[in-house]
Design a protein around this ligand. Structure first.
Ligand code: 5GP
Ligand code: MG
Ligand code: MG
Length: 187
């Protein structure tokens, strides 16, 4: 599949599976601890950001040993093609109210952090009981911006990656691993 397009594998299918199980155990433990004593008794609500987070979101949901509910948002950030500007528009909003809910935003990758920063402000204004973030991948620039990310799968180098939900021109989302593209693909 995609013969010659992938230059290298950055995160293998097995590494993704193991890390997802690890994150799921931690998220479930934190959620149970937060809920006990708070009097809250509602399922954790996963909010996935389309389309990149879909693969991670569905695997994470199945790895979590607690009941979860799934919601999706689609946003677009105005910007110059590859870099995001932080000005975000909602293409598809949540189907329900999240007031009083324990919400976990599920992201594929955080680069500049601008999209996430906007999303956090937007969802915070809807008054969830709690709001945290889980991302599969994080790039170096994201560490420098002030966006609280509680759960991180892998810190990766500053390279453009595809696979496991991440695309280049809508392709490669269906790869089961994370890889880098061969320069011939851009040419
Ligand atoms: P940020 O606002 O953090 O700069 O942008 C995050 C979004 O940019 C991600 O959700 C993703 O859609 C896109 N993005 C950032 N880095 C990459 C990458 O290496 N590969 C792909 N396919 N998309 C990326
Ligand atoms: Mg994303
Ligand atoms: Mg994309």
């Amino acid at each position: 599949m995609y013969d010659g397009d992938i230059a290298s594998t950055l995160v293998t299918e097995q590494a993704i599976r193991e890390k997802t199980a690890e994150l799921a155990a931690q998220i479930a433990a934190d959620h149970s601890a937060e809920r006990s004593g708070s009097g809250r008794d509602s399922d954790l609500l996963l909010v996935g950001v389309l389309k990149g987070a879909v693969m991670f979101m569905t695997d994470l949901a199945r790895a979590l040993p607690v009941p979860v509910q799934l919601e999706f948002m689609a946003v677009t950030s105005y910007g110059s093609g590859t870099s995001s500007s932080g000005v975000v528009r909602i293409l598809k909003d949540l189907d329900r109210d999240i007031a009083g809910r324990d919400v976990l935003i599920v992201e594929d990758i955080i680069d500049s952090g601008l999209t996430l920063s906007w999303l956090l402000k937007n969802l915070e204004s809807r008054q969830p009981a709690s709001l945290s973030v889980c991302t599969l991948l994080r790039k170096p620039d994201a560490v420098t911006v002030d966006v609280p990310v509680k759960y991180v799968g892998f810190d990766i180098p500053n390279e453009f990656v595809v696979g496991y939900g991440l695309d280049y021109a809508e392709r490669y989302r269906d790869l089961p691993f994370i890889g880098t593209l061969d320069p011939s693909v851009y040419a």
